[in-house]
Every structure is written in C-alpha cells, then in structure tokens.
Design a protein around this ligand. Structure first.
Ligand code: FES
Length: 114
C-alpha cells in the first residue's frame, strides 16, 4: 500500500519512496497511474513537473490548436519534455520512454506493484 484513495484526490499526485528516485502516483479523473520520478533526458525530477493535456492542431479554432486529454501528460520541469502517464511514452524521442507501474485500488488503499 502506498497511499489511501483520500490522500490522492482527482487532479493530484503523491511521490512515494519506491526505488532510487521515488515513484509518482497520479489520479487523473479517478484513474490512477504510477511513473518513475526520473526523466530519461538528463535525469530531471520528473514528478516535480506539472500535468496538463496535449496540444493538437485544429484549424477550425482561433490559434489553430486545442488542448486535449487534460492532465494525462506530465511535463518535466527541466526542459519540458512531455510523457503520457498511462504508457510512459514521449513524442520527443519514442525510444526514451519512462517506466510505468501497475496501480490497483483495493478498498480505500492504492497499491503500486514495483
Ligand atoms: S531532464 Fe527532463 S526534459 Fe530534460
């Protein structure tokens, strides 16, 4: 058990002491994700970054782009590489994805399998 469900309400996260750098556990609209707190680019503290959506081109709106999938991506605080929480992949360099961990909710407990 790494946390109770109440400790990580939707839209929030918690870094728990698993492994060398810790693991960030995220609640995105009731779905939990866990990722290594380590950026593969230059080793930045990934979970100190912010989550947001991803920008896609939409020529029908002012500015030609829209933000989709709010909070499903984490952006590294050092150089702003973005990673998908669910898969750990990054559009910047697909072979440099981050490690993700399975999360289960059992009763009030959030469990991460590391
Ligand atoms: S260290 Fe994370 S983007 Fe550079």
């Amino acid at each position: 058990m790494v946390a109770t469900v109440d400790e990580i309400p939707p839209g929030s996260s918690k870094v728990v002491p698993i492994g060398r750098h810790g693991v960030g556990v995220y609640n995105v609209g009731g779905t939990f994700y866990a990722i290594a707190n380590y950026c593969p680019h230059e080793g930045g503290p990934l979970c100190a970054g912010r989550t947001r959506g991803r920008t896609v081109v939409d020529e029908s709106v002012p500015g030609d782009s829209v933000m989709v999938r709010d909070n499903e991506f984490i952006y590294c605080p050092w150089h702003q590489w973005g990673f998908e929480l669910a898969t750990g992949t990054t559009a910047v360099k697909p072979e440099w994805s981050i490690r993700t961990y399975p999360v289960r909710v059992v009763g009030d407990d959030v469990l991460v399998t590391a």
